[in-house]
Write a protein that binds this ligand. Structure first.
Ligand code: S3P
Length: 180
């Protein structure tokens, strides 16, 4: 697989609050390539917000929608040679079939790593995350997910502001022709 092919899908992963959507948006605009937000695709397809999907249909249905939309994104990317920057949901790669789909299609996974204290601080104010119920369950889920995030190809420190996170991603040297 050529370098360009291998970078058609660059996916940001990480726990809730790690800054995936903001970082992906900034990175894509800096690189001049399309940005796709998986959570946004899910809400558009369902015609419901994420909390509404969880409340009315349950997490299992949310995960089904997530896998369907991820498969669409992967299919779209296979028709283009331009890299796409995708922000995944915090639980996307914790579903083995999603991780397998991304791997099979040569996606590059970047983990926005952040301490649990900082994630708690960021998420405490936000009410649109159905899986942020209380601190103990948030910590438990984080611990459960860590081994999956560690499978990402690249790990980037996201305790800092998004512009600095973008700099670190560009400094990885994975975008041909883009210099730091
Ligand atoms: C989830 C994270 C959310 C969203 C949904 C489930 C998770 O995305 O996909 O609430 O399982 O961690 P963010 O990580 O963008 O908040």
């Amino acid at each position: 697989m050529s370098e360009i092919r291998a970078r058609r899908l660059v996916c940001l992963t990480g726990f809730m609050g790690s800054g995936k959507s903001t970082t992906a948006r900034l990175l894509a605009s800096q690189l001049g390539c399309p940005n796709i937000d998986l959570d946004r695709r899910i809400t558009e397809a369902a015609g419901l917000s994420i909390p509404e999907i969880f409340a009315r249909k349950g997490e299992a249905e949310f995960r089904r929608l997530e896998t369907t939309q991820l498969a669409r994104i992967v299919a779209e990317a296979s028709e283009s040679q331009r890299p796409r920057i995708v922000s995944l949901g915090g639980g996307t790669i914790a579903q083995p079939q999603n991780l397998a789909l991304l791997r099979e299609n040569g996606a590059t996974l970047i983990w926005l790593r952040c301490s649990i204290e900082e994630l708690l601080r960021r998420c405490a104010q936000i009410t649109d995350r159905p899986l942020f119920r209380d601190e103990p369950s948030f910590r438990r889920l984080y611990e459960e997910r860590l081994p999956t995030y560690e499978l990402a190809d690249y790990h980037v420190d996201s305790r800092t502001e998004p512009a600095r996170v973008v700099e670190q991603i560009i400094a990885l040297g994975i975008f041909p022709g883009v210099v730091v």
